[in-house]
Write a new protein. Structure first.
Length: 183
């Protein structure tokens, strides 16, 4: 089934060192479904993926407001995720989506930012396998599945999962806010 998300704006939160395909594939899925993708970052001008994809930053995370967006997408990549979880503006921006019940997509190592935002307790999700213990210790119910959806929170493990992840992400954005999505 295809979903039309025309009129929906999705924040893609990332910085240098992201996994290229974990930005480009969800970005394409959102825009092909009619949504508007906006790159939000602590970086000023552009971000570069670990395989060389470069993309312009649309808005600094320090001035971004979750109220201006319908959903959040967090691409993975070890360096990207490690830097975001140490950026207080990025963590606060992420947490605001959960507080508002808005859909959030997270893949690979990006779940580190969710741990720092303290939004995984009691939630079922997956990630790159090396984050399993971190997520369990933060109170999450970690499962090893291609894509996991829990009240608007969509998670996947690796770039191999992108087709299923992208489809589910667009579906959750189409559905909108979820009462069970909470900070």
């Amino acid at each position: 089934m295809t979903y039309d998300i025309t009129g929906k704006t999705v924040a893609f939160l990332l910085t240098d060192g992201y996994e290229d395909s974990e930005l480009t594939a969800p970005w394409a899925a959102v825009t092909e479904a009619g949504g508007t993708a906006v790159l939000v970052s602590p970086a000023e001008a552009a971000v570069e993926g670990k395989k060389g994809h470069t993309q312009a930053v649309d808005q600094r995370v320090s001035t971004a407001d979750a109220a201006d967006f319908d959903a959040l997408m967090l691409p993975g990549g070890v360096v990207n995720a490690d830097h975001l979880r140490m950026d207080s503006d990025a963590v606060a921006f992420t947490k605001a989506f959960f507080a508002a019940g808005k859909p959030v997509g997270v893949i690979c190592h990006a779940a580190w930012t969710l741990i720092e935002a303290e939004v995984v307790r009691g939630r079922e999700l997956t990630s790159y396998p090396s984050l399993k213990t971190d997520l369990i210790n933060a109170g999450a119910d970690w499962v090893d599945e291609e894509v996991v959806t829990d009240q608007g929170l969509v998670s996947s493990r690796t770039p191999d999962d992108l087709p299923a992840f992208c489809a589910k992400l667009v579906e959750e954005i189409f559905e909108g806010e979820h009462a069970g999505q909470h900070a």
